[in-house]
Ligand binder design. Structure first.
Ligand code: ATP
Ligand code: MG
Length: 331
């Protein structure tokens, strides 16, 4: 039997090149080897976006299309919508009975994120989202969870929840393991911070070719280079870091030419653009294919239906472990 993976995204806007190098690219490879569940975590999006639910429907579609465009195959991966799997919400409630508030308050990612969002107080839902995330992973009894390093405290929480449940009631849950992506964060077009949609420094996977070209050609390079023959400082150049991330084969050579002043920034950007278009164009084709009327809905409905079946199988074990199968298991 194949091992199972659970991973996914919060639908808070379109995915960008940072998501591609940080997670999507790897996800596409993993689906060949693992039984893959991709969660579109719309309830978790509400932890920070509860005041703008009207954007969710479009964001759910776009994030699903971003995954399909990147190469996720609905025949291999089940893509599902979190809010349509009620068993995840049920598990969250049961788990929340034995997770203490102080454990959540000490979670380093919660602290960092609360600081970044400027929260002076936290909602119950935000403070508790690691419990909900444990339910996202455990409802389908996933073995492995591909994540960025920032998510490690949440995987620890998930392992704690599984262990504690098993001790308290009965051995229902495997302890899932994190598969950490150690790819360095892709820098944004501003060269100042990581590429992040809230900073507006992104190239989106759904950007039109003209938009990608405009963004690349306007990106700031080494400010000390006025003439093409001035020796460059590739270590401080955003375009150079993109060559590193997307054009490994030519990266060493590009760095050398930049230092020697034998390639100008315009030529260097044009080459990067060719490389980016080499994978963005096939993505646009797949996006168009999956945008055919009805197809995306059908993929999401099929994936969600499968997730619900897995969730219900888990809930039967949970109810029985807790002695809550009052009518002999059938409801
Ligand atoms: P927001 O601005 O809403 O925080 P974002 O664009 O920063 O959005 P997140 O939703 O915070 O994206 O990121 C989710 C995951 O995507 C991260 O845990 C990480 O694995 C990956 N990721 C996001 N941005 C980058 C990046 N610049 N480089 C590499 N990976 C990234
Ligand atoms: Mg972020």
């Amino acid at each position: 039997m194949k091992k199972r993976i659970l991973t996914g995204d919060r639908p808070t806007g379109p995915l960008h090149l940072g998501h591609f190098v940080g997670s999507l690219q790897n996800r596409v490879l993993l689906q060949e080897e693992y039984d893959t569940f991709i969660i579109i975590a719309d309830v978790q999006a509400l932890t920070t976006n509860f005041d703008r639910p009207e954007r969710l429907a479009e964001d759910v579609r776009q994030v699903a299309l971003d995954n399909l465009a990147a190469g996720l195959d609905p025949g291999k991966a089940s893509i599902f919508i979190q809010s349509l799997v009620p068993q995840i919400a049920e598990l969250t409630v049961f788990f929340s009975m034995f997770v203490t508030v102080s454990r959540l308050r000490h979670n380093p990612t919660i602290k960092t994120e609360a600081g970044a969002y400027g929260y002076t107080d936290m909602t119950y839902g935000f403070l508790g989202y690691p419990v909900s995330q444990a339910a996202d992973i455990l409802f389908c009894r996933a073995d492995l969870v591909p994540v960025g390093e920032d998510q490690l405290p949440h995987i620890e929480m998930t392992r704690f929840v599984a262990r504690r449940f098993n001790e308290l009631y009965a051995g229902v849950f495997p302890e899932p393991e994190a598969m950490v992506s150690r790819v360095p964060r892709l820098v944004g077009l501003d060269g100042q911070a990581k590429m992040s949609k809230s900073l507006g420094n992104c190239i989106y996977l759904s950007d039109e070719p003209s938009r990608v070209a405009e963004k690349v050609m306007n990106a700031v390079t080494d400010p000390a280079r006025i003439h093409k023959t001035d020796p460059g400082h590739p270590e401080i150049c955003t375009i150079c870091s993109y060559h590193d991330a997307f054009n490994q084969a030519e990266h060493g050579n590009t760095v050398e030419m930049c230092r020697a002043g034998s390639i100008g920034c315009v030529a260097c950007k044009k080459r990067l653009l060719q490389v980016l278009e080499g994978f963005l164009e096939p993505m646009r084709e797949r996006r168009a294919m999956y945008s055919k009327p009805g197809l995306l809905d059908e993929i999401l409905e099929t994936g969600t239906e499968r997730a619900r079946r897995e969730g219900e199988a888990t809930m039967e074990k949970v109810r029985s472990a807790m002695g809550m199968d009052y009518f002999g298991g059938a409801r």
